[in-house]
Write a protein that binds this ligand. Structure first.
Ligand code: CTP
Ligand code: MG
Length: 223
């Protein structure tokens, strides 16, 4: 059976609301609780572990397990995995993506089940913008990338437990600090990572503008 780790220990500095982002209200409930609600109705998920700021452990909803987060996001993932006794595969999800649906979590689990060769399945949206690369001066274009093969990576990311454990324990603290997603740590150790095409609506909330857009989308989804 699967377990889910939600990372919610960030400070939300870019949102600037003076409290951890995961606890900022969104359509009447703390942002974190939208992801918890979506995961609770996924039948395969037997445990939800939430990494929170050390002084906010009481914010974990009933029936979930709280753990203190680390300095950077991947340290929080590692702390959460450590307290989660069993369960395979492991879903990793950012509290900052409150619009992830139960269906998306289920699709990611199913996709991993269908691909025995894969160590991980990650949600990602096709890139809509044309992406160019610049040279050393940071301004002159050196090439234009082929958009057809580019993906904007999201969470959930679903891992075979052994692959995630190996990736997190074999990386140094400094490498964990540089990891912007956990799949990169698995790729580095040679694991096969598959993309699950997802919707850009599974947005990440970073700024006050993002919060307003998410409020509108959630209100629409609920009507
Ligand atoms: N996160 C975490 N532990 C950290 C840093 C981040 O659990 N040490 C979590 C955040 O709570 C969030 C996700 O990782 O759910 C993505 O991080 P980000 O969007 O950068 O959130 P914050 O770090 O809270 O925001 P900011 O960078 O603006 O401070
Ligand atoms: Mg951050």
């Amino acid at each position: 059976m699967a377990v889910a780790l939600i990372v919610a220990a960030g400070r939300g500095e870019r949102l600037g609301s003076g409290r951890p982002k995961a606890l900022v209200p969104l359509c009447g409930r703390p942002m974190l609780e939208w992801s918890v609600a979506a995961l609770r109705v996924v039948p395969a998920v037997t445990q939800i572990v939430i990494a929170l700021p050390a002084d906010e452990l009481g914010a974990a909803p009933e029936g979930t397990v709280a753990v203190s987060g680390g300095v950077q996001r991947s340290h929080s993932v590692r702390n959460a995995l450590t307290v989660c006794a069993g369960g395979d595969p492991v879903i990793v999800h950012d509290a900052a993506r409150p619009l992830a649906t139960s269906r998306l979590f289920e699709q990611a689990l199913d996709e991993l089940g269908r691909h025995p060769e894969a160590a991980a399945v990650i949600a990602a949206a096709p890139v809509a913008d044309t992406i160019k690369e610049t040279g050393d001066d940071g301004a002159t274009v050196s090439r234009t990338l082929d958009r057809a093969s580019l993906w904007a990576v999201q969470t959930p990311q679903v891992f075979r437990r052994a692959a995630l454990e190996h990736a997190l324990t074999s990386a140094s603290d400094e490498e964990l600090g540089r990891a912007t997603d956990d799949a990169w740590l698995v790729e580095r150790s040679g694991g096969v990572v598959r993309i699950l095409g997802s919707d850009p609506g599974n947005m990440k909330i970073t700024t006050p503008e993002d919060l307003r857009v998410a409020e509108l989308l959630l209100a629409e989804l609920r009507t």
